[in-house]
Design a protein around this ligand. Structure first.
Ligand code: SF4
Length: 178
């Protein structure tokens, strides 16, 4: 690992996130992930960070081949005391996103010109999205929205998502580096 990548990992850890270095080739991109967006997600078509408003799985797959390295970012929250898990998820993913964005900015300033954050969950910087994005400088898409199989990626690092554990919620992002 280069000292520049290590410094990005250190920055993440300083912000309280777990960070795991990845080869970009570790990231599996699958067409079927889009099924979960289009059939079952109540935010489908509503958020400009998500399908069908973002680049296609195929476009992302091609772009990913131009990256060599990435960092898996995880912030785990204790949600055992939360009465409304959906409200909590909204609040927590926003906070985690801003920490991850700080890490993206840090990576950019440290020479990773093409660094790009894939954020935890759909963007919720505004109550509702406009016809066009109100804050394009903050607009990032989630890994699943471009077909990344996060469960498989986590397993490669010996981790689990635990979708049905409402006492511990993980906000997961990916920072592409180059
Ligand atoms: S910044 Fe606002 S308008 Fe843009 S994608 Fe996020 S929530 Fe939607």
């Amino acid at each position: 690992m280069t000292k520049e990548i290590q410094s990005v990992i250190n920055k993440a850890e300083k912000l309280g996130l777990a960070a795991y270095m990845l080869e970009a080739s570790d990231i599996d991109v699958e067409n079927r992930s889009r099924l979960k967006c289009a059939y079952g997600c109540r935010g489908y078509e509503k958020r400009l960070s998500c399908p069908p408003h973002i680049l296609s799985v195929d476009e992302f797959r091609k772009m990913l081949t131009e990256y060599s390295t990435a960092i898996l970012l995880i912030e785990e929250h204790d949600t055992s005391g939360e009465k409304d898990i959906f409200n909590a998820w909204s609040r927590l993913r926003k906070g985690s996103f801003h920490k991850m964005l700080d890490i993206e900015y840090f990576a950019f300033r440290n020479g990773f010109t093409f660094t790009q954050l894939l954020r935890p969950g759909a963007c919720n910087e505004c109550d509702i999205c406009g016809e066009t994005c109100n804050k394009p400088e903050l607009r990032r898409f989630p890994p699943e929205a471009v077909g990344i199989n996060l469960s498989k990626l986590m397993e490669k690092k010996g981790l689990q998502i635990e979708y049905c554990n409402f006492d511990r919620v993980k906000c997961i992002g990916i920072l592409l580096l180059d």
